[in-house]
Structure formats: structure tokens, C-alpha cells
Design a protein around this ligand. Sequence first.
Ligand SMILES: [Cu+2]
Length: 535
Amino acid sequence: MRITHGLFIAATIAQAKRVVENWDITYVTTNRGLNQPVKRSIGVNGQFPLPIVKANIGDTLVLNIHNSLDTATSIHTHGITQRGTNYYDGAPFVNECGIAPGSNFTYEIPLMQSGSMQNYDGLRTPFIIYDPNDPYVADKEYLFAVEDWWPNTFEEIFPLLISPDPNANVFANPPGALINGFSGNLTKPMAFEPGKTYRIRLVSMMSLPLWEFAIDDHELKIIEIDGILTKPKTVDVVRLAPAQRVSVLVTAKPSANMNYQYHITMFGNFLPRIRGVFPSVFNGTVSYSDKAPLYVADSIPSGPIDEISMESLNYNPAFVPDHSIYLNATSGFIQDGSDFESFNLVTYEDPLVPAIFSALTTGDMALNPITYGPQTNSYVLKYGEIVEMLLWSATNLPHPLHLHGHNFQLIERGFTNDTTGEFRNIVPLTKFSPLMRDTIFVPQGEYAVVRFKADNPGVWNMHCHIDWHMGQGLNMLFIEAPEQMRQVIKVPQAVIDQCLAQGIPTSGNAAGNNAYNYDAAPNFPHLLLDNPLSA
Ligand SMILES: [Cu+2]
């Protein structure tokens, strides 16, 4: 399966300009300065870290790509809702065909939102969009983009991941951590001046672990989550799951008589405890004065953000749902004992025809989910309806679930085995603006309820942002308002040319037919909950 490559939006109107980036996507052989063997990874212009992209709201991002890889690639601007530009969302076989090896392609993306993009083999970089009218003002900014770096390529690790062999160990060669592109052991100091206010942008470009950020004896005031401004919420630690972004404001101490430490911890209670790997703590200095002593804290705080209690800054009370969709993220097996992931036991497989083209070319059949194939888990949405997703993770894996093209309201959280509802945690349904975000972490054994408005005609993925799980099939599609799509989505010829260059059809159903014939569409067995080899 192909994995979409990413760019992470850390969001935040001045004079609109064209921000032009020229990216030659190349292989780079590196260990990124970590104590591990080199591997073939992906860089830009032969270099790493990748360039950080910065722009203002109202600008147009012009991303000129040359693909020097031996396989197709694409760029997904994580956090950008691509209103009217669905074909630039960068999901191969969903809303484009990918960029053929050796060819050029230009993404032209109007930036209408502010905020803070990705992938396993290294094609991921922060993307910061500033809003000059941001109500939260800071004297200076710092950015911490944290990623796990594995000595194996995705191609090498994937067979281990699905292997029926109980001795196959995906953690045999554990990852290191990179902070802002460099080894976590090389943390840079943050210089604080007394009384000043700092905005710290935290971006998770992790493929698997969680990470946490804390500063000794300093409060963190959360003001933005996944590019949406929030009402301020004071915490002592921020936890981020893969693909999540958070901005905090930190007010410096009134005097410079102490220095402090900040802590970045990579961990996951679902991961094996490997000393120095899971968890690993990287300490950096918050420096007020060369002469001041270092404040020593007894412990480093840890814990999730209480998202249910948080509100978005703009008033937007809980939506009333028109359409409720139950999506159980379930691990399971096929007959030979290999291990895959699914929503509702349907493992995602790319259709032969990218779904955007099926939606645009099949007439009334575009309203029938089977048009997109038996393995895409497609749901057709009506324009403007409120969609509620019941996101379950009943099995033993956690999932950061990311919806493209939208932000959703967080309505409820709880435990999947809590039949009494005693531990149900639900937001006030009136006079309260539920937190809006685009990536929700659903730990093992828990569920979350989220709602969004289907007002962005297009074809959008909803998937787990743990690259492994997505690779194993934890992905699905919303086919949003196909009739309206035909009015607002005009696919540029350059997108179609990339399909032609790769021999990918641009019309018909998932099997490339115009009738009810799906025989050629990719198929995959429904997963079995129990391992047939251990029966
Ligand atoms: Cu997952």
C-alpha cells in the first residue's frame, strides 16, 4: 500500500503573496546523527532536515515538486482543509494519482487557515501559517517538532508488522528521536527574558510514539490545537499523539535569578519499555542568565490534556447530528495468520480509479458507496449534513485518527467496556463551544464521539496517523456531496497528466467500469478477530 507523504501545518492577513518552494524529493542515506545504522530515507534537495515552510494567512503556497524517487510520491498539507482544491490534498488513489517518478508537479494551495505536516521515511516538515490578526500576542516564538527515526525503512519493517511469526519483533531495532530535525541529545536552549511572553509551537511528526512537553516551574497556557484557536487553558504538561499540534503561551519569570529546564519525553504505554527509547527524556535549558543556578525539579509532570473541558475560542456550540457513523478500529487476521488493521473489519485497499474521479464521472452511481470499491470503506455524505463519528478502539491498540478536509468537534469520551456509562465524559451541549481539532487520539479500550459539518465537497480520508496502522489498512473515505463536487471541483490538467503518465484511469467506478461491475476492484478478506493459527 502506498503511504501518503506529509507536510505538518502549525497554523496561525497580511498582503497576500505567493510563497514558492522548489522541492526535489530525493533519497538520502543517513542516520540523522543518531547512534544507529544509516538507512535509505527521503529528503528534499538532497538535504535534511527538510526546509520548514512559513507563510501568512491569505498567501498561496506554490510547491514545485520534482520526484527523484523510483516510486510515486505526493505531498499532503496536514491541517489544510483544501476547500475547492480537493485534488491538491495529496492522497494517492483518493484525490490524485501521485507524482510519477522523474516528473514535475506543482501544488498551488490557497492558505485560508492558520496553524501547524509528514511520513515514516522522513518526508515531513513543519508548516507554519501566521495570522497577523492573531488575538494571542507573544514577544517571541519557539518551535519543537519531534519525530521518531527508525533504522529500518517502511518497506523493511512492514513484513515484520504483519508477520504471523510470533518471534517477528518490530522493536528489535528501536528508533531514536529527532527534535527540529537533529538528534534529541542536542537540545538547544531557549533564552527567556524576565516578564516576556513566548509562544511555543509543539508539532508531532511522530510515526508511532506519543510525546510530552513541560518546563520546570512554568505554566503552559494552551491557545491553539490543530490550527484552531482555543480559550486559554493552563496546564503543566502537553501530551501530543502523532500528527497533533499545540501552541502554548509561556510567561517568563519576573526575575533572572534562576535557570530552568524543559523536558521532551517520547513514550507510549502501548509500547515496550526499552530503557532510553520508550520512554526517553531529552532535557534542554531555559536560560535567563549565565550566572544563575539551575532550578532542580523533583519530577516531570505527565498526563493527557483534558480536551473535554476545553473550548474553541470562537463560539460554535455542539452540532446536532443528522447522520451517525460507527467506526470501530479493529485489528484482525487473515487465514495465513497475518495481522492487519481495519475499520469495522474492512481493510483499506486503494481503488484502481482514484475516488475523486469516480465521484466526478459516474453520474447517479456516485451516490452509491460501492462505486468506490469494496475495500475503501466509503461513506457518501449529503451537502451540509452534520456527521457524527463514533470512533471505537475496542482492541489493544491506540489510534490517533485524522480526518482530512475538516475539523471536528469533540463531544464525548469513554471506555468501550463501560456498559453503565459511569465513566462517560460528555461536553455541555449548549452554551459551550466544544474543542475543534483534526486529529483525535483514541487509546486502546476507549472511544470518542466527534461531529463535523459536511460543507467541503470532495473526497476525504479518515485514517490512523500511526504510519504502521495506516499501512495495515486503517483508513476509509468520505465521499462528500458528489453532486456539489461537480460544480466546485475542476481538476487541473496537470493532475490528470500525472494519472496518464502512470497508466491510472480517470473515470468510472473503483474497477474502472461504468456499470455495476466491480470484479476488477481490489478485494481483501474480512478480518478474523481470532488468529486462525492459534485456534
Ligand atoms: Cu492506529
